[in-house]
Design a protein around this ligand. Structure first.
Ligand code: ZN
Length: 127
């Protein structure tokens, strides 16, 4: 975690800014970094969020909805707490299947069902 914190500090020193779709960065930034967390692991909330929040950055969290609340994954409450703090919540399917192995109808079902799992509270159109 110390390395991650140092990396973020260096990013600011050279003029880079972080942002997501919901929180765009200033056009004056030297460059832009998008920080994404994959799958909704609890470690991203417990270890990553304190560092990210201290740096004033906003992330995109790609959440597997059927994993919410399972061991090693964030809870729904943690997900909505991140969203309330300005982090973008992105749908990442319900079960994380390999979409390229599914039919068009199956892909549509996997993606559309994720949106319903968020109860209309997710902010992103990303997968
Ligand atoms: Zn993933």
């Amino acid at each position: 975690m110390r390395t991650f914190s140092i990396l973020l500090s260096c990013m600011f020193l050279i003029g880079y800014a972080g942002g997501n779709v919901e929180t765009p960065v200033s056009p004056a930034a030297e460059g832009v970094v998008s920080i994404n967390f994959d799958d909704g692991f609890e470690s991203s909330f417990v270890n990553g969020m304190p560092i990210i929040d201290a740096a004033g950055l906003k992330t995109t969290q790609f959440i597997i909805t059927q994993k919410l609340g399972l061991e090693s994954y964030i809870s729904s409450g943690q997900m909505f707490a991140m969203q309330a703090n300005g982090h973008e919540i992105a749908a990442h399917t319900r079960t994380h299947p390999h979409l390229s192995t599914l039919t068009d109808a199956q892909q549509h079902d996997k993606i559309a069902s994720t949106r319903s799992a968020f109860e209309g509270r997710a902010t992103s159109r990303n997968f």
